[in-house]
Ligand binder design. Structure first.
Ligand code: AHG
Ligand code: MN
Ligand code: MN
Length: 335
């Protein structure tokens, strides 16, 4: 079939056989995430119309202001996954602890767990700027039929079976990988159908965009400060262009298409940076590597880090391989 007319539903079915443990369970799970994406998309699109924007007056486990849409997106994702009884556990950036799901059907013993950042870039919601959702899927380690434990969630990123994001931008897209490259699907809002619009997505080997919150410059490690100066220097294809949306999904998506690097380093005020290893860095690292890019903490491959806690943070350097390697070379000088 011409790629132009291939829907996400068809793509999932066609590619089911390529999964390592093909039983249809992962396909059902991705279908459920597809549905959740449409539901959250609907909520995001009416954010400016109804009284759901602004703080919910609650703070999440990491002490950040929780926006109402964060809560809503969290509920929608969890509810969609629970209703379909296709996972045995869920962990969310917005929940203090992981959720264990006991299937009603004794014979239906699910083996997948999902980790989600239901609404990424929440500071952009009430100013009508692109936000996203991120998901990461693993097979459980503990035996099926027993309740999931923390161990099932604290797996290194290399164990991911699938990962992806939804970007609620000028169009809504779902971009994901099951370890066989990265494909992007654009939602046709009139039909409510995702179409394969970006087959085989790939980071250009190098690019001219650097994305970081330079307002924090004084707090950055010397290696990052030096790399920023390198980006700004007039030489060869430099100075580079600075682009920072403040929603990882959107910054990553642009850099993957155009070529670029995203950095959220550690700083003198945040020793591990800000981004969460399990909900943000691992899924984006899996996508980056599947799209010929790189993701490290400045020194180590993100996906090889052994997590020790659910809401762990980690410095993040991600994007075009040559650019990440260049930034790492500056970091190495002060290691
Ligand atoms: P979230 O909205 O899920 O809390 O994530 C926001 C993250 C990430 O998406 C973004 O790149 C970064 O925080 C922005 O942080 P700063 O405002 O510190 O630059
Ligand atoms: Mn986030
Ligand atoms: Mn979030």
């Amino acid at each position: 079939m011409d790629n132009k007319y291939r829907t996400l539903g068809e793509f999932i079915i066609e590619n089911q056989a390529s999964f390592q443990y093909s039983s249809g369970e992962l396909s059902k799970l991705i279908n459920a995430l597809r549905l959740a994406a449409k539901v959250v998309n609907h909520e995001v699109n009416k954010a400016g119309l109804v009284d759901i924007i602004g703080g919910a007056g609650d703070t999440n486990v990491q002490g950040e202001d929780q926006q109402k849409l964060d809560v809503l997106a969290n509920e929608k994702f969890i509810q969609t996954l629970k209703n379909r009884e296709i996972v045995c556990g869920i962990a969310s950036e917005e929940e203090d602890d992981f959720i264990s799901i006991n299937s009603q059907d004794e014979n239906h013993q699910n083996k997948y767990i999902v980790l989600i950042d239901p609404l990424d870039g929440s500071s952009n919601i009430d100013v009508n700027v692109s936000v996203g959702s991120i998901f990461s899927i693993y097979r459980r380690i503990t035996p099926v039929g027993t309740p999931v434990t923390l161990e099932d969630f604290l797996q290194p990123g290399i164990n991911q079976v699938a990962a992806g994001y939804v970007i609620y931008g000028t169009s809504t897209m779902l971009v994901y990988t099951t370890g066989h490259g990265v494909n992007g699907f654009t939602l046709n809002p009139a039909m409510g159908t995702f179409y394969l619009s970006h087959p085989d997505m790939s980071f250009p080997e190098t690019g001219r965009i650097y994305s970081m919150n330079e307002g924090n410059y004084v707090h950055f490690p010397q290696g990052v400060k030096d790399y920023i100066k390198y980006c700004q220097m007039e030489e060869g294809d430099r100075p580079y262009t600075s682009r920072y949306i403040g929603s990882l999904v959107s910054d990553f998506h642009r850099n993957m298409i155009k070529g670029g690097i995203y950095i959220y380093p550690k700083s003198s005020v945040a020793s591990n940076g800000k981004l969460r290893l399990l909900y943000e860095c691992n899924p984006m690292a899996f996508l980056a590597e599947q799209a010929n890019g790189k993701a490290t903490d400045g020194y180590r491959r993100i996906m090889e880090i052994q997590p020790t806690e659910l809401h762990q943070r980690v410095p993040f350097f991600c994007g075009s391989s040559k650019m990440v390697e260049k930034a790492e070379s500056f970091m190495a000088k002060y290691a």
